[in-house]
Write a new protein. Structure first.
Length: 89
């Protein structure tokens, strides 16, 4: 997945945030759910806004003390995982 690619959440995936520290994705097609930590929540909300991988990585850098390279790799790993579970288009 390249830095300019912008995957989007599938319409059959419902995002529910709890206390600002945890969220759940529910795939209405498979009835499976996935928990998201704070960082994954930032990524998911970025995808909902149509942000690129690079834009999401920069936002992570603003919230956490990590390099942009580390943030970008983390975002790519999460997108790969979300894609493998068919949560992204």
């Amino acid at each position: 997945m390249n830095a300019s690619a912008t995957p989007h959440p599938h319409s059959h995936v419902v995002y529910t945030e709890f206390d600002g520290r945890e969220a759940v994705l529910v795939d209405l097609n498979t009835k499976r759910y996935y928990t998201l930590n704070e960082t994954a929540m930032l990524v998911w909300r970025g995808l909902e806004r149509g942000q690129t991988t690079s834009e999401i990585a920069r936002e992570i850098c603003e919230h956490y003390d990590v390099s942009e390279e580390h943030a970008t790799e983390s975002v790519k790993r999460l997108l790969t995982s979300l894609g493998a579970h068919r949560l992204l288009s």
